[in-house]
Design a binder for this molecule. Structure first.
Ligand SMILES: [Fe+2]
Ligand SMILES: [Fe+2]
Length: 249
């Protein structure tokens, strides 16, 4: 395995490792995002066992000890499994996550005390980069789920939203909704809940220009339309699940 690096927006780098054995023949990517600034931030730590690969990749951009923030979308192995390895490699770095995730998991799991981010709170990285944390509970999964929005580039760090198979490109202007619907049909990875359509539509209101997918290519274009279409599909799934349930009672 190797980790590929692409700059997907100004000062935002995608570190991508492709695993062909997951959901073959298409395979599956695991992507970390490095946002540069006076206080560089990495979104997702990657799997613990991928730490050597990701550490070597990051070192091609900046020394790991320059990292100041370790953030991610929800508490799960690919999102934060290597957190403590990164904290050891970056002595000045602080883990940052939403209130639920910090109080439920990080205050115990993290080797360094986390910064607890309120919904909407901004981490100012300097050099114009500002990352806003947004709570998205149970969307697509995880009580503690959240995303981050980089305001200067209008880049939404989507976490598992839009998860899709394959590894044909780092950045696309093409369809990311159809492949996400197909991956949801395959994996059933989302915690369907009545609020998720509205939660995803609230992200569309940010009008992102770039969607940084944890599993799949990054997307450049009309992020609001893509998010609205994804929200519509989840509304369809939730309504269908409720209809199926009420039909049996
Ligand atoms: Fe996840
Ligand atoms: Fe993930």
């Amino acid at each position: 395995m190797e980790t590929r690096i692409d700059e997907i927006a100004d000062g935002i780098f995608r570190l991508s490792t492709f695993v062909p054995d997951i959901a073959p023949p298409a395979g599956f990517t695991f992507n970390q995002f490095l946002v540069l600034g006076d206080e560089p931030l990495m979104f997702h730590t990657g799997l613990r066992r991928m730490f050597p690969l990701n550490h070597a990749a990051l070192a091609r951009i900046i020394p790991a000890e320059h990292l100041r923030w370790i953030a991610f979308g929800h508490f799960e192995a690919d999102e934060c499994g290597a957190m403590n390895e990164w904290l050891a490699a970056a002595p000045q770095a602080t883990p940052a996550h939403g209130q639920t995730g910090c109080l439920v998991s990080l205050t115990d799991f993290a080797d360094r005390a986390p910064r607890i981010l309120a919904d909407g709170e901004v981490i100012n990285l300097g050099r114009g980069k500002r990352l806003r944390f947004i709570d998205t509970p149970h969307t697509p999964h995880g009580w503690d789920a959240g995303v981050m929005f980089e305001e200067s580039t209008r880049t939404l760090l989507c976490g598992d939203l839009f998860t899709q198979l394959g590894n044909d490109r780092a950045l696309t202007e093409g369809d990311v909704v159809g492949p996400a619907i197909a991956a949801e049909d395959l994996f059933r990875y989302s915690a369907l809940n009545p609020a998720m359509g509205a939660t995803i539509r609230s992200l569309a209101a940010l009008a992102p220009r770039t969607l940084a997918l944890m599993h799949g290519p990054s997307f450049t274009g009309d992020g609001a339309t893509a998010l609205s279409a994804l929200a519509d599909d989840y509304d369809r799934r939730v309504s269908g699940a409720v209809r199926a349930m009420t039909a049996t009672v």
